[in-house]
Design a protein around this ligand. Structure first.
Ligand code: UVW
Length: 341
């Protein structure tokens, strides 16, 4: 165990709660007892895939720097492509025929997890009076989280990388909040009051160790747009959390959920409402969850059939299995989560 990495910690943060070297945040709350409780939610054995096809939303109009996956195929030395390739040295009528492929995959393009090093903040953690680039639990930009412009080699996330999340056993109890049944596709800022109303309407609570899942209908719009996303329409549709609502942020802290997952673009309203003062984070919910609290965020998930089934059976809890890729040094990861009811 090393010494803590900070002298000052941000207001509203839980840095140090899980130890000076912690890189998993609230995933530490996913105890064996809570996994057993999650398994008790399996009554029918029905499974729901909570991922979009990973080539959705289509194109790169939503985020210019995030592009659809591109499969490509390698040549075997002098022997053609390793695709429909006759594998055996002795080719007879039972000769093996094999395919391999590779992919250029933007890890945050489609259904994804945001790792804890996805969003940090300029903050004076070392107490020298000058703000530096800092991430959850005091890990530093340029020290542990190293960009290609900061090193000639060895860049990537040497702390807080998505592999820390992948090895945390990402299976627990999901609680679905159906915002779509209240707001339809109307653009709605969901603060504390709106979220509490939704939970009360469903007669369900969020407890320590739960994955909070928000169904908004955004994923349905993405699919309907058939890989030609209408960005203007998407930005003006569906419910999303209001990251500027301090009571909502405090509730996220207090309920001790381990992650928040949405079928929306960013879980929170983006761009966020204007803030007071002249210095504030642009992604306030990301700031609170990833930087301060170690709560992972899942984005662009797909909840439609699960929400319909749960609503029809007046049940809102399920077992969720959602590991990211165990890809060392990566900031985020595609996911193919599975709910079992
Ligand atoms: C935004 O950038 C708004 O969200 P994310 O990077 O988490 O997808």
């Amino acid at each position: 165990m090393s010494a803590q990495r900070w002298v000052n910690k941000p207001d509203g943060s839980n840095w140090g709660r899980f130890g000076a070297d912690d890189q998993r945040g609230k995933m530490n709350l996913l105890t064996p007892a809570r996994r057993v409780a999650a398994a008790r939610e399996v009554k029918e054995g029905l499974a729901f895939t909570l991922s979009l096809p990973l080539d959705y939303p289509g194109g790169n109009a939503i985020f210019a720097h995030r592009k659809p996956p591109k499969l490509h195929y390698e040549q075997r030395a002098g022997a053609g492509f390793n695709f429909n390739f006759k594998f055996s040295h002795v080719c007879n009528e039972f000769c093996d025929v094999v395919c391999d492929d590779a992919v250029m995959l933007y890890l945050q393009y489609s259904t994804q997890w945001d790792g804890l090093c996805h969003v940090g903040q300029m903050f004076d953690a070392d107490g020298d009076g000058v703000a530096e680039k800092v991430y959850y639990n005091g890990y530093r930009g340029g020290v542990e989280i190293v960009g290609p412009n900061e090193a000639s080699e060895g860049f990537g996330a040497h702390a807080l990388g998505i592999e820390n999340f992948a090895t945390a056993g990402v299976q627990g109890r999901g609680v679905l909040v159906d915002l779509h049944r209240i707001y339809g596709r109307k653009r709605t800022f969901v603060g504390y009051d709106e979220l509490m109303r939704a939970l009360e309407g469903q007669k369900v609570g969020v407890e320590a160790g739960d994955f909070l899942c928000l169904y908004t209908g955004y994923g349905d719009m993405i699919l309907e747009m058939n890989k030609q996303p209408d960005v203007e329409k998407l930005h003006n549709s569906c419910a999303a959390l209001d990251g500027r609502d301090k009571r909502l942020l405090q509730w996220i802290t207090d309920c001790d959920c381990v992650a928040i997952c949405s079928d929306g673009l960013a879980v929170e309203v983006f761009p966020a409402r204007p803030a007071e003062g002249d210095s504030f984070p642009g992604l306030p919910l990301h700031n609170h969850c990833l930087f301060k609290q170690g709560v992972h965020l899942g984005e662009l998930w797909y909840f439609t059939e699960l929400a319909q089934w749960l609503g029809a059976h007046d049940r809102w809890r399920f077992q969720l299995t959602a590991p990211p890729l165990r890809l060392p040094g990566a900031v985020g990861s595609p996911a193919t989560p599975v709910a079992v009811v």
